[in-house]
Design a protein around this ligand. Structure first.
Ligand SMILES: [Zn+2]
Length: 442
């Protein structure tokens, strides 16, 4: 049980002063009172927002940051570079990388991450012994750092539509939907704990046939969040149309998968018909504006989908940028550039995308800092060189991760001003350097 006192608490659509939060033994909010003074012993915080959710991450892609910009090319060329790194990872190295990247996320204000994970096996495709080496390494990394993790264990069966896995992709595969389901259920027995849960993902229509997708959809329980990459690149749409006579969204709709359990990632290149199907479905769209800009994917129809009632969440995806504030306002930046209009996403809508929609997409909670929700918070400096003069409800459009002060997960401080709370002298940049040195030796 803990007591926290926020001088100012900014939630989507509301700003409250002198807010006292009581948590239970599990780090969930038990009671919350506004307009009250702090009591001796309270953890006294300044300007506080809900913790940010990173609803789509591939932690190891962080290793490519700052190494590919002189290469030119396109998404597919970048993917070749990424595969060369993927080949080198084993559970020990994955642990170092995930720990470092999760540490970076945490000090930057991400309190929860959905890790979309498909490096399951040895590079020849044989399973690790003991089992689940990669997945347990990622879970251990999250536990050590203190970030909330939903491991989105990913089914990846084909190299492209109608093609087997290539040599470098062999370690992604489980042979069949049944093979993936068997491994997923066995993993669930051993991985979950207080702050680590197991979700599910299908890589894309490129990697899993509609028949296999339907099998997975039927087999997973209703409470399991399921994520899938959709229409990041025009080529995916063209290949899907050629093979199945439908767009990727059309394939999902045909299976009956478009509902509130599902999150579709990117949704950059949707047809008007796709947008109608998504808007009517209740599924969440996870956009990754910094990655979509970095890889030249395009600007997705975020505002149109949001206007139709679709929850929009965000993810750092390839982790070329880890900054929840830049990620969230990338939604609005794309809209302004494409539409010539300001305020397509109002500040409250951006905060909702960064917090509650991401938490809901990952199956963690469906409201913002209500009793029963995890007590995950981020304290921002409202008087830094970047933020001073900002209306508190608009800090989300002026602050960066550099302005993140204390980060709270489950009612406890896990990071403060760029430093992990429980790591002694181990700073995120030291952990990243250690991971990169290990990669260089791999
Ligand atoms: Zn991705």
């Amino acid at each position: 049980m803990a007591f926290l006192h926020c001088a100012v608490l900014v939630r989507p659509g509301s700003v409250a002063e002198r807010v006292r939060i009581e948590t239970d033994a599990a780090g969930r909010i038990a009671r919350i009172h506004e307009g009250v003074e702090p009591v001796t012993g309270d953890l006294r915080l300044g300007t506080v927002l809900p913790g940010f959710a990173n609803a789509h991450s591939h932690a190891f892609h962080r290793l490519l940051r700052g190494t590919t910009h002189a290469d030119g090319g396109d998404f597919w060329q970048w993917r070749d570079s990424m595969y060369r790194v993927a080949e080198l990872l084993d559970p020990a190295l994955m642990f170092l990388v995930a720990r470092a990247v999760f540490a970076e996320m945490l000090v930057c204000g991400y309190t929860a991450v959905g890790e979309f994970h498909y490096l399951h096996h040895h590079s020849d495709g044989s399973p690790y012994a003991p089992a689940h080496g990669m997945e347990l390494a990622i879970a251990d990394a999250a536990r050590e750092v203190g970030i909330r993790l939903v491991l989105l264990d990913t089914c990846y069966l084909d190299g492209a539509i109608g093609q087997p896995l290539s040599a470098v992709q062999r370690r992604f595969g489980d042979g069949s939907a049944a093979g993936w389901l068997e491994r997923w259920h066995a993993l669930r027995e051993v991985i979950e704990s207080d702050r680590v849960t197991l979700g599910a993902a299908i890589h894309s229509v490129r990697a899993v046939t509609p028949t296999a997708m339907a099998e997975i959809w039927r087999a997973l329980g209703a409470g399991i969040p399921l994520h899938i990459h959709v229409s990041e690149q025009p080529q995916e749409n063209a290949d899907c149309l050629a093979a199945y006579g439908k767009t990727p969204v059309g394939v999902l709709a045909g299976i009956g998968m478009l509902d509130a359990r599902l999150s579709i990632v990117h949704a950059t290149n949707l047809t008007p018909a796709d947008r109608g199907l998504v808007s009517a479905s209740g599924c969440t769209v996870v956009m990754c504006p910094t990655t979509e800009a970095d890889l030249g994917d395009g600007i997705g129809p975020a505002f149109e989908l949001a206007s139709g009632g679709t929850p929009i969440a965000v993810g750092s995806d390839q982790n070329a940028v880890i900054d929840p504030l830049l990620e969230i306002r990338g939604l609005e930046a794309g809209e302004r550039l494409a539409s010539g209009r300001r305020g397509r996403f109002m500040p409250a809508a951006l905060l909702e995308a960064g917090s509650v929609s991401g938490y809901a997409s990952l199956g963690i909670s469906h409201s913002v800092l209500a009793p029963g929700d995890p007590c995950d918070l981020v304290e921002l400096d409202p008087a830094s060189v970047r933020t001073i003069g900002s209306t508190v409800s608009q800090l989300i459009l002026t602050a960066t991760a550099t302005d993140v002060r204390r980060v709270i997960v489950g009612g406890a401080v896990v990071a403060d001003s760029g430093r992990l709370a429980n790591a002694g002298t181990r700073h995120p940049e030291d952990l990243l350097a250690e991971a990169m040195a290990a990669l260089a030796d791999a």
